[in-house]
Design a binder for this molecule. Sequence first.
Ligand code: GLY
Length: 351
Amino acid sequence: MKRMVVQTSRPYDILSERGLLSQAGDLCRRVNSGQKVLLVSDSQVDPLYGGRVARALEEAGYTVARFVFPAGEESKRLSTVSDLYAALAQARLTRPDLLVALGGGVTGDMTGFAAATWLRGIDFVQIPTSLLSMVDSSVGGKTGVDIPEGKNLIGAFWQPRLVLVDPDVLETLPPAFLTDGMGEVIKTACIRDEALFRRLETGRALEPDALEETVWRCIDIKRGVVERDERESGERKLLNFGHTLAHALERHYHYQGLTHGCAVALGMLRITQAAERHGLSAAGTAVRLETVLKQYGLPVDDPAATSLLLEGIAMDKKRTGSDIDLVLLHIIGDAYLHRLPLQELAPFFGK
Ligand code: GLY
């Protein structure tokens, strides 16, 4: 079994092995001594893995209740969390008990938020089942929900007690979900690891063995960043490369149709093209990025008008007063923060 320790304010393990879902109960027991679990999943993931994980938890002595919500980013809202609180109340989860998030980023973010706020904070475990949640959202303790005014505007930093990564689940993932996750994989390579980017450029990153290695490398990069800057006061902002435009685009499309990874792909390319025009990224960076995005089926054309993007950026969390911190690349593998007054944003994007 592969193991990595995340040294945050409350350290926790990330474990990875094929078939790990069936060991979820014993592994949760190592970090939590409660009686009850609320297992949270969505309508796509629950039929695939919910029964298996519930059985494993029961075999480890937990009483298991389940909460299943409709799959999709549209569900990542306060009304779903409110239903989740009702399920917690009905199952009578107390402080020592446990929430388990089984699913993708939406499930992990919402379950983590419920865990951070239920009885002022209880334990939760992340079992990511999408590529995107394995390489990014399940690690680092960002939890939250969207509101109509913007993505992830409500939330809390609340670290999980454990993250369980079972690479087997990637084999049953529909191709569109792999493509979506590749948006975050490419982002990770762009900001911190040129060697990983070169491996992606071979076009073989989605082959099973290569994928497992890629996932573990991405998690390790994220672990390092989160350890050095748990609450995003500096370096962690680099993980938001492409996200300023991505969040604006997702909001523009009402969180439907354009998936997060695809929005990040568009955001990374658009900002790198602009940075290159201003001499803030090395010549050729955007073309290299565009080639890899296309290789993995990610979009490179932006159908939304820049004016709409600018409106969305006004709500962005990376704003500090009248400035915004943009994440740019010196070169592939080396990201940095560039502070820009908001009024210079439109000219930066060529408007
Ligand atoms: N997904 C970006 C972060 O966890 O900081």
